[in-house]
Design a protein around this ligand. Structure first.
Ligand SMILES: [Zn+2]
Ligand SMILES: [Zn+2]
Length: 749
């Protein structure tokens, strides 16, 4: 009999459970066990132990069923999973689920390619598609939002999703990529008017020519330096390149060489930047290579397909968001993390908590392969690592082809008259001039919705969410008040619940209001609004990008979503309406966020032509992030910011562990942290950590639960961190209802 420690799938406990089997099993294999009251529970083999090491006094059950006789992941991926669970003090079962949730407890073979399907397809092709569907492209008619109401089969949804990501796919490609046996699902979609059929047309526009470009001398030098350093054993690289400096070309050049050595590539982007444009560009740059796409919006079938391809080593390049780190690539030779400053690389809302950037870093060490992090506004921590030579820095300071950075003006709203509450004369003039030049404008607003809050003009009462401690946002289009945290909504009212006067007034400027006012001022201009209401998912956002790309609009109004994503060559004016809207949040990263947003947004202007302009409006033009963004000066911003972090003892000088307790009973939530604090104080003779709190969280109530936070500040020293984690683990029973976030991206939530 063999004995194994296993991790139980979907179990929140931070421990392993022991089971036995007559079979010899490898670490990372999936098995079915009887666990608690559940008779069939998925579990993962962690390691084999000796009989004498089994826990005493417990009747060790036998494993019920073995799913994988040999593990689907190699040793490196197994190690990265146990490392993640250790590093983030999270339940090993939930961490292993990150890799295996797409498979569940089905064997892999179910998803492998069925070779006989090819013949079937050929038969159907000649019979049914001869004249009608060949050499056509398919256009998805309805928006995906509406589609969810109609009756479409799973396979139909897969086809739609595939087409939204690869709009130029022909019949053959769809059938092949989705392993379809018949074309009936496509015909049904066409019959039901979900898809329409079009002839292929070469589309115009400067974006559709993604062929290989000649690298500038600066780009070439970076590629050479990258390989030189990597060959000498330097695995971690940071590419700091200003907006529009051609970072992607550098990645591509490196990727080409890595691919020629028969290795695989993982190319990670933030959710919002993973667009068909980058997919198309990658495909065009690497014809004949197998390029797969992975993100959390994919249907389960497509995710399984990618997983199966990965296990069968059928992928050359995997493009994906943070979850793509969990697709096991056996011949992985290089990782790119583009827009590395983006906070979406960290999963802190869902358990398990992890930061894909840290996981990638560790994976690169385990596999001994290089990773490159790239950004125009690297995170302060990454740039600090570069300055202390823990990571190799490459810099691209110029835009190629002599393209200039835009002219930036920094407008003080407290000193000049404001029209309609948010516009200045400079902006109005700027819009008029830009339109005259036949170019486009982009206007960044702080929040979505019409008015960010509704208050009473008589008594000052503000309408708040009944479940959360936040004001409700007015959405005029739908006529309701909404909570952006828990989704609560109620119809808009005029009568004040406090003083009964009909005196409630919407205040603040959301994207909806900005759009409405601009339309009134410029009735002839075509305006599009982009925010989470309009584009709740990647597919909808993609449609909006297309409208802009095709020049069907003059002005784009949007939230931070528009600061990322594509290059629009015709944007010549960028306006940031209230640049300081998140500057005064009491979080140590607020300045960094403000700088990064303004700088990234400014970078949308003048990607192709010369005289582009940026207007930054705020009440704090002299604050560091704004005045340095005005000068496009990341390095000076970094220098001022790193000093402040040092003085205030924040990362990268200190490490932070955030402990959060939530409960419908406020006292209970608080006491839980107090008890833990007592224990931690007792074990802190050598002053390993500093305890701050517990205090009420910034949002003291969310979704009906009261929230309290406690912070541990620790020296940035791996040995000390290890000791602290050991102490935390010893107090596991106090932690069962407390969330632990190691290295949080926000301390105020
Ligand atoms: Zn009132
Ligand atoms: Zn709420």
């Amino acid at each position: 009999m063999f004995y194994y420690q296993t991790a139980i799938s979907n179990n929140p406990l931070r421990t392993y459970f022991t089971y036995s089997s007559e079979q010899e099993l490898s670490s990372g294999s999936r098995v079915i066990v009887n666990f608690g009251r559940k008779t069939r529970q998925l579990a993962y083999i962690i390691n084999r132990i000796n009989k004498e090491d089994c826990p005493d006094g417990i009747d060790i059950k036998e494993i019920d069923e073995i799913i994988d006789y040999s593990a689907l992941i190699d040793e490196d991926y197994f190690n990265i999973l146990t490392w993640t669970s250790d590093f983030y003090l999270s339940s090993p079962g939930k961490v292993f689920d990150l890799v295996f949730k797409t498979l569940g407890n089905s064997p892999l073979d179910t998803f492998s390619k069925n070779d006989s399907s090819q013949n079937t397809i050929k038969r159907y092709n000649t019979k049914l598609t001869k004249s009608s569907l060949r050499k056509k492209r398919f256009v998805v008619n309805a928006s995906l939002k509406n589609l969810s109401n109609t009756k479409i089969t799973q396979q139909g949804m897969d086809i739609i999703q595939y087409l939204l990501f690869y709009p130029d796919a022909d019949l053959q490609e769809i059938i092949h990529s989705l392993d379809m046996k018949t074309i009936t699902p496509i015909q049904t979609l066409i019959k039901n008017n979900v898809l329409s059929v079009e002839n292929y047309q070469e589309r115009n526009g400067s974006l559709s020519d993604p062929r290989k470009v000649n690298l500038s001398t600066a780009q070439k030098m970076i590629v050479e330096d990258f390989f030189k350093a990597s060959n000498e054993g330097t695995l971690k690289h940071l590419l700091y390149g200003i907006t529009g400096s051609g970072k992607t070309e550098v990645y591509f050049e490196i990727m080409e060489k890595i691919l020629s050595q028969g290795q695989q590539i993982l190319f990670m982007l933030p959710e919002i930047s993973l667009t068909p444009q980058i997919i198309k560009r990658t495909k065009a740059r690497f014809p004949g290579k197998n390029i797969a796409v992975y993100h959390s919006n994919l249907t389960k079938t497509l995710r399984r397909k990618v997983f199966s391809q990965a296990v069968h080593s059928d992928i050359d390049i995997l493009l994906g968001t943070r979850s793509s780190i969990w697709v096991p690539l056996k011949r992985l030779g290089f990782i790119v993390v583009d827009e590395e400053h983006d906070e979406s690389f960290m999963q802190s809302e869902n358990k398990p908590v992890y930061d894909a950037r840290k996981v990638v870093s560790k994976l690169s060490e385990l596999k001994g392969i290089p990773v490159i992090f790239g950004s125009a506004t690297p995170s302060i921590e990454s740039y600090y690592e570069a300055s202390t030579e823990k990571i190799h820095l490459h810099t691209l300071k110029f835009r190629p082809k002599g393209l200039k950075l835009p002219d930036i003006s920094n407008v003080n709203l407290s000193k000049i008259p404001v029209i309609k509450g948010f516009l200045t004369n400079d902006v109005l003039k700027g819009i008029e001039e830009t339109i005259k030049k036949d170019a486009q404008c982009m206007i960044l607003t702080g929040k979505k919705g019409f008015a960010s809050y509704v208050t009473c003009g008589v008594c000052g009462y503000t309408i708040k969410c009944p479940n959360c401690d936040v004001s409700l946002t007015y959405h005029k289009g739908d006529g309701d008040l909404r909570c952006h945290y828990c989704g609560y909504s109620q119809p808009f009212i005029y009568q004040c619940p406090s003083c009964s006067n009909n005196s409630l007034v919407p205040r603040g400027f959301g994207s909806e209001r900005v759009e409405e006012q601009l339309q009134k001022l410029f009735p002839d201009l075509r305006i599009i609004r982009i925010d989470r209401d309009i584009a709740p998912n990647t597919q909808e956002l993609e449609k909006a990008w297309k409208i802009i790309e095709r020049r069907e609009v003059d002005i784009v109004v949007g939230t931070r979503m528009i600061s990322k994503g594509l290059d629009f060559p015709d944007v010549q004016l960028v306006v940031i309406l209230n640049a300081d809207h998140m500057l005064y949040f009491p979080d140590f990263r607020s300045t960094e966020r403000t700088f990064s947003l303004i700088h990234q947004m400014s970078g949308r202007a003048g990607r192709a032509r010369k005289e582009a302009k940026v207007i930054i409006q705020s009440y704090s033009p002299e604050e560091d992030p704004i005045r340095f963004a005005e000068r496009n000066d990341y390095e000076s911003f970094y220098n001022s910011e790193i000093q402040k972090r040092h003085q205030a003892e924040y990362p990268p000088f200190k490490r932070i562990i955030l402990l959060e307790s939530k409960d419908t009973d406020s006292d209970k939530a608080f006491e839980r942290l107090e008890k833990l604090k007592e224990r931690l104080n007792e074990q802190n003779d050598t002053a390993l950590y500093q305890i701050l709190g517990p205090v009420e969280a910034f949002l003291k109530k969310l979704s009906g639960k009261y929230r309290y936070h406690m912070l541990l500040k620790i020296d940035n020293d791996n040995d000390i961190i290890k000791k602290v984690k050991t102490i935390l683990k010893q107090n596991d029973k106090y932690l069962s209802e407390i969330s632990i976030i190691i290295d949080p991206i926000r301390t105020i939530i």
